[in-house]
Design a protein around this ligand. Structure first.
Ligand code: GLV
Ligand code: GLV
Length: 324
């Protein structure tokens, strides 16, 4: 094999590093944005194995002399894919393997916000629990309530499957704020079991509004002050997708003023920084971006990510390229 170097910005779980080591010379180096730019421009590396916090913007890519970027994630909003393509740089991701684990987190956020699980846990640990009370920790029902899915990709569908099992009514809008056709073949197992509605109807009628769209120009601040005003006062917002889809400062205001009832979040607009006031609100459940965080899922992601990188290092098309 010719000499190829692979830059790894953060070591990935087994079996990722072994697969990479078999494909070329691996250099693990934590870099900031300037360092990443410099390394990419050096001509030393064929492929970069990147994390969501590594930002490949058009300016960085302009001077990049690499052939591939293998992102350790299914999302790739950290990479300007069009600018990469213009430089002949292939981008790859890790789809499919984290679908169920992320849908599990969506359900966890639905259940834990509805039933006040985190607040209740703190209550017990603090010693405040002195016995059963008729009105202790009353929450809201999940069964029979409307789950509105923004998006209808793999994770949304896996969430729908779970929600139907909980007796929820499921509605979806496939490409908010716009719409697109979804025929029976695409609906598949969901034909007749879920309702395709407009974004406005989804927002107005959901008891739980759950976001499952990629972050793009058209989904940036998809959920803003107007959206909160259009939602039910009793509604709960669930976000396992990307933070900037929600105007987080407006979310804090909406929660504080009881414009909506609660939020379950796994992602944040300026991760890992939270909007001022968010952490002090009782009606929220806040997780540290753990949608894919199971031992087996992270291992599968590492395998896919390393195999993508190995293919690109050999001048081959990766198994999971991202289309510009
Ligand atoms: C996680 O957010 C991912 O995109 O894999
Ligand atoms: C992610 O895998 C999605 O398409 O929802």
């Amino acid at each position: 094999m010719g000499h190829v170097k692979i830059l790894v910005t953060t070591p990935i779980p087994a079996p990722g590093m072994d697969i990479l080591a078999a494909a070329g010379e691996v250099e693990v180096l934590a870099v900031d944005h300037a360092g990443l730019k410099e390394r990419c421009a050096s001509g030393e590396y064929s492929v970069v194995v990147s994390q969501l916090r590594d930002r490949f913007d058009a300016e960085l890519l302009e001077s990049a002399r690499i052939t591939g970027i293998s992102n350790y994630a299914v999302g790739y909003d950290n990479i300007d894919v069009a600018a990469a393509a213009a430089r002949g740089i292939t981008v790859a991701n890790t789809p499919g393997v984290l679908t169920d684990s992320t849908a599990d987190i969506a359900l966890l956020l639905i259940l834990s916000t509805a039933r006040r699980a985190i607040e209740a846990d703190h209550f017990v640990r603090s010693g405040a629990f002195v016995g059963w009370e008729p009105e202790l920790m009353l929450g809201t029902d999940v069964s029979g309530r409307v789950l509105g899915l923004a998006g209808f990709g793999r994770i949304a569908r896996a969430t729908a499957r779970r929600a139907l099992g909980f007796g929820m009514t499921v509605k979806f809008c496939p490409r908010p704020p716009g719409d697109r056709e979804v025929d029976d073949a695409e609906l598949g197992e969901f034909a007749g079991r879920v309702a395709h509605v407009s974004w406005d109807e989804l927002v107005a009628t959901s008891d739980f509004l759950s976001l499952h769209v990629p972050l793009t120009e058209s989904t940036y601040h998809l959920v803003d002050a107007d959206t909160f005003r259009a939602m039910k006062n009793s509604a709960i917002l669930i976000n396992t997708a990307r933070g900037p889809i929600v105007d987080e400062a407006e979310l804090v205001t909406a929660l504080r003023e009881r414009v909506i009832a609660g939020a379950g979040l796994d992602v944040y607009e300026r991760e890992p920084v939270l909007a001022p006031g968010l952490a002090g609100l009782p009606n929220t459940v806040l997780l540290p971006h753990v949608g894919s965080a199971t031992v087996s899922v992270r291992s599968e992601m590492a395998r896919l990510c390393a195999e993508n990188a190995a293919a690109m290092a050999s001048g081959l098309r990766p198994l999971h390229p991202v289309d510009p």
